[in-house]
Design a protein around this ligand. Structure first.
Ligand SMILES: NC(=O)c1ccc[n+]([C@@H]2O[C@H](COP(=O)([O-])OP(=O)(O)OC[C@H]3O[C@@H](n4cnc5c(N)ncnc54)[C@H](OP(=O)(O)O)[C@@H]3O)[C@@H](O)[C@H]2O)c1
Length: 282
């Protein structure tokens, strides 16, 4: 039995609360990194068409000797494919390269409110098709602000199962998290350790010393206790292992609060603001 809790999504499906992210893992390293992660015990992989390594994620799962059904796989629609027919083709391609007839979770990667005439709703309707035909077991969004989620609520019949957004101690993203809590959208916290930038924070180091854990473990445990879904990335098996060892200790309320007050609001972001982000890869 895995120690990793399963979170129930609003469509009744379950997702392991802790997974493994593969952003910025070069394709040639991805299959072995995924295999290492699965051997350590991870059962949830977060990829995206934009990361250029979906094919190698599928390969890594097969190399680990696991059945497809044993691993929860998320992928995401790339920014150049929001028009309905492009989205359909892109999704077909995601399944083809993964060598799978479904993904567990498929997301709109960015809302791109300044592109496509601000229309992410027709893109969402196409994801609803994928859910209806069973090729996406769950569907959700990424980097959606409350106003974007409100529009989906008004103009579609499906509440996203998740919203994957930047969250870490320097950018707690509380407004988006609160919206999710109120409307049944699970929050997935991307860059959960801020790509390493929070690890030498004096407060986090002090807490890590006091509980006998690393800074990364303390920050990941803070996310887990807040109820968010996380998938730290590492190419080092030692770090993958450490990042997986989160379920045999607990942070007390004062330590949780001491980390939460590190929130810097908007200046704490490490990534782009979703209201402005308009990058479309070539
Ligand atoms: N939806 C989105 O727009 C979006 C955006 C960004 C990320 N994501 C997802 O979120 C996942 C995680 O975010 P992320 O990759 O940006 O950043 P992250 O997981 O916060 O941090 C990864 C970085 O921290 C290092 N690291 C990992 N574990 C460590 C440890 N125990 N001690 C010290 N350093 C450690 C890694 O280096 P090594 O590899 O050298 O260990 C890597 O440089 C991504 O892989 C992706 O799946 C989604």
């Amino acid at each position: 039995m895995s120690a990793v809790p399963a979170i129930e999504l609003n469509d009744g499906n379950h997702i392991p609360q802790l997974g493994f992210g593969v952003f910025q893992i070069e394709p040639e390293r991805t299959a072995s990194a995924v295999k290492d992660a699965l051997e350590i015990g991870y059962r949830h992989i977060d990829t995206a068409e934009m990361y250029g390594n979906e094919k190698e994620v599928g390969q890594g799962v097969r190399d680990a000797g696991l059945d497809r059904g044993d691993v929860f796989i998320t992928s995401k629609l790339n920014n150049g494919f929001h028009k309905p027919d492009d989205a359909r083709r892109a999704f077909d391609n995601t399944l083809r390269v993964l060598e799978s007839d479904y993904v567990d979770l498929f997301l709109i990667h960015w809302p791109l409110p300044t592109l496509y005439g601000g229309d992410f709703v027709s893109t969402w309707h196409v994801l609803e098709e994928f859910a209806r035909d069973g090729r996406a077991r769950s569907i959700g969004v990424s980097n959606f602000q409350p106003a974007h989620l409100d529009r989906l609520a008004k103009e579609s019949g499906t509440v996203p199962a998740v919203n994957q957004v930047e969250v870490h101690p320097y950018f707690a993203n509380e407004t988006v998290r609160a919206y999710g809590l109120e409307h049944g959208v699970a929050t997935e916290a991307w860059s959960p350790i801020a790509q390493g930038k929070v690890l030498d924070d004096a407060i986090i180091e002090r807490i890590a010393d006091s509980v006998g854990r690393t800074s990364a473990q303390v920050v990941l445990r803070w996310h887990i206790q807040r109820g968010d879904i996380v998938f730290p990335k590492s190419v080092s098996p030692d770090r993958m292992r450490a990042n997986f060892e989160l379920f045999d200790f607990e942070l007390g309320g004062s330590d949780m609060d001491a980390i939460s007050v590190l929130d810097r609001g908007e200046p704490g972001r490490t990534g782009p603001n979703p209201d402005e982000f308009d990058y479309v890869p070539d």
